[in-house]
Design a protein around this ligand. Structure first.
Ligand code: SF4
Length: 319
């Protein structure tokens, strides 16, 4: 799948009812994931580091290869999902019409990395929409979200919110740091199709690199995603460290983006420069996006918290 070997592993759960993604305001604590290793291979992906410890678990016996080089799907994921939403007699457990919580997918894999996975995600959405009154937020680095939207019955159209990642809007930079993903321009075209077809959408300008001109980048990105048509827009500086940072710096250099690569290497080695980069990125976005729409994710520490606290009303989300 996407030139990677695929492993199917048994899983007890697909829905996580207590995810930390609530703090990022992406959902109300609910997430679902149909796999554990993505078909894409973004250089800055945090999931491989997160998942390394899982390789010790019994269900993972027989899974070979580095996390970033393989695809892991959850066996009978749709049956497992349904079993979490209904009781032993098949009655929905979350049938309260007032329960309009948002569930997010996916914290671990792309929901539409190819057509087969997009179809599986559509089937999962159908199960959730049929058995609950929840809303679903889907995020992808592909151009295939319309393939999901087309498979959702009209009556549930307004319960799904779609977004594509656009941490860069330059196809060449995207190709360097997000290997295997469709071009950002194709993703944007799919977002526009969703908007023009009356679907709910959100923006995800994450993670953005330390561009020389943050204001120009933010203005172009907001224009590209048509931020005025998005319900919310998330922003974030690149927060990865260690191996994924080294991979990203190197990928940019190899692809001929030497200046950007050097700037990233510089901010990653200097916490003050890093903080400046995050603040510049935030201030650029806050001049383009109203505070009640912007959700800029920022990890803070005791020495930076006071500054960020002063911008909460303008869209800073302190992690
Ligand atoms: S699409 Fe997301 S989960 Fe998949 S490799 Fe890229 S960052 Fe990781």
């Amino acid at each position: 799948m996407n030139h990677k070997p695929v492993f199917e592993v048994p899983a007890k759960t697909v829905v996580n009812f207590k995810s930390a993604f609530e703090h990022k305001k992406l959902c109300d604590g609910l997430t679902f994931s149909l796999g554990s290793a993505c078909a894409f291979s973004c250089t800055f992906c945090y999931v491989p580091d997160l998942m390394r410890k899982l390789r010790e678990l019994p269900g993972m016996a027989g899974v070979h290869g580095r996390h970033e080089d393989i695809v892991i799907r959850r066996r009978n994921a749709l049956d497992v999902l349904k079993s979490q939403l209904v009781d032993r007699r098949g009655r929905p457990k979350f049938s309260d019409p007032q329960d309009r919580r948002v569930i997010f997918a996916s914290p671990l894999v792309d929901v539409a990395a190819n057509l087969e996975l997009a179809k599986e995600t559509a089937a999962a959405c159908f199960i959730i929409l049929h058995n609950t009154n929840w809303q679903i937020r889907l995020l992808s680095k592909s151009h295939l979200l319309p393939e999901i939207a087309k498979r959702i019955p009209e009556q549930w159209k307004n319960r799904i919110i779609y977004g594509v990642s656009t941490g860069t809007i330059d196809d060449a930079i995207g190709r360097a740091v997000e290997p295997g993903t469709p071009l950002v321009s194709k993703r944007l075209a799919s977002l526009h199709w969703l908007q023009d077809s009356g679907h709910r959408t959100f923006g995800m300008i994450c993670p953005s690199l330390p561009y020389a001109d943050s204001d120009a980048f933010s203005t172009s990105a907001c224009h590209a995603i048509r931020s005025y048509r998005c319900e919310h827009v998330w922003g974030e500086a690149l927060n990865v460290r260690g191996e994924s940072m080294t991979r990203t710096v190197r990928a940019l250099e190899v692809a001929g983006h030497g200046e950007l690569s050097e700037r990233l290497a510089y901010v990653s080695a200097d916490k003050y420069a890093w903080e400046d980069y995050a603040r510049e990125t935030f201030l650029a976005h806050s001049s383009n996006i109203p505070g009640d729409k912007l959700r800029f994710l920022q990890y803070t520490n005791p020495s930076t918290r006071m500054w960020w606290n002063g911008w909460v009303e303008d869209g800073a989300v302190l992690l």
